[in-house]
Design a binder for this molecule. Sequence first.
Ligand code: FAD
Length: 569
Amino acid sequence: QDYPSLSRIVVVSTISGGGLIAYSEANSSYTANGVVETGIKKKKVVLLGTGWAGTSFLKNLNNSQYEVQIISPRNYFAFTPLLPSVTCGTVEARSVVEPIRNIGKKKNVDTSYLEAECVKIDPKSKKVFCRSKQGLDSNGKKEFSVDYDYLVIATGAQSNTFNIPGVEENCHFLKEVEDAQGIRKTVIDSFEKASLPELSDEERKRILHFVVVGGGPTGVEFAAELHDFVTEDLVKLYPRAKDSVKITLLEAADHILTMFDKRITEFAEEKFSRDGIDVKLGSMVTKVNEKDISAKTKAGEVSSIPYGMIVWSTGIGTRPVIKDFMKQIGQGNRRALATDEWLRVEGCDNIYALGDCATINQRKVMEDVSSIFSKADKDKSGTLTLKEFQEAMDDICVRYPQVELYLKSKRMRGIADLLKEAEAEADDGSKKNIELKIEEFKSALSQVDSQVKFLPATAQVAAQQGTYLAKCFDRMEECEKNPEGPIRMRGEGRHRFRPFRYRHLGQFAPLGGEQTAAELPGDWVSIGKSSQWLWYSVYASKQVSMRTRVLVVSDWMRRFIFGRDSSSI
Ligand code: FAD
């Protein structure tokens, strides 16, 4: 599969105060400094977003034929896995962010940044329309447009409220650095408020009731961080609050951390129960009022729970600009932009999408799964031996690690059960028809809501996609000049791009009390203090710059020595 030729990459991010950059249509191009280089027509890439996907693309792009215009409302990259730590002051907000202008500084690629939000993408005129927070002229005009040769959409996603009444108005989200700072302030303010005189016990308990909605990795990590903050630091400073403080975790499914191995789920649930975190499973939130939250159990019982603060962490939804773009290109019924495996937005030329705002079309995945099964059927008899079936399944799980995660999760029957059943029926390794199992597997796969992202919405996926796309862009010119590759290489695909393949490197679930659960490739599960040290080293090594690495490590040391700071600023 050849990558199509790139002429201009557009990254959308934010406009930061500075003057606007002129966009050349003629055979001259403007560098980030406004210097005109005549005669060289650089390809203009507009990049929307300065998160994991956009930053990884930017860091890895290494070809002087491009001029990259970054557009994002946020002039920095934020290391989101540490946001739960920011909510409790384990790590400071400034330690997890890096200015995008630092990251974008490159010797061989012209990059410039505009602090603005992209509000509309027009693929017909190859323009993005943007709005800045600042007025651009004396009339306070805030809108402007930027044209592109290539557009890279990496705008991420927003918190999903499922349109439940009162969520938007009364809950904290945990998506941005400001959210984490807001939560930290609210927690400390709650303890101060609960210490005021003449409060009834009931009111004090309400104020100190912290509710977390959503038992995914972020909700669980936040509940664990908050528990540590309260028990290790706050109760020493607010001894009267000790008996009134409570943390509740509401989860609509039957278990928390369903995307993790069963052992991790069980350990987390037991640990939370020992820690006194009240985990209410099968509780679906129906409404949030100013002082109480209503939840319904599967049996239909509705309860109203008084709260002081709610953190809403139930997954992600589509940003308005992406919704609008999807409508324009006939993808209006989806939740994320469908791309092919080369990250090209389906039905568009020269537009790429990656990270949380995009998903690789599931239809392609299903075609792949079918072809793997047909390949495994070596004698074309229409039947598979158990061994062939197992090999095909391994192949599928390697290609699509998310299939394995789905199979393990409660959403579908476990692959192990499926194989056990097939094994029990197998007659001593002789040829066995397990077509039925394959059909079962395929139907289970197709039950996975076609709207669900086939790759997890994680920083790991976004960063790998950014690196992949940058490498494709780097080699684009070479491919255009030699579409069939150099003569000695023809037919071997040297100049052809491989489709994007995600490599799952494992996942962590910090559970508080210096204990972390780690699920690493090869079904390796480790829970406890040793995994916590692994977590520290992985997260220190993954920092985007030496500056943030030093800051984060010194924050951890500060916390070990002095505890967390409880000032409400
Ligand atoms: P983002 O990183 O969200 O970046 C989107 C960018 O687009 C931002 O710069 C934003 O300002 C910009 N933008 C938004 N709207 C517009 C617009 N209209 N125009 C232009 N720019 C726009 N993943 C893991 O792998 N491991 C973890 O431990 C982990 N922990 C997490 C903890 C928390 C609290 C959260 C919130 C997420 C966590 N994730 C984790 C998930 C991970 O952060 C996301 O999957 C990842 O950020 C997706 O990257 P992205 O580039 O697609 O989007």
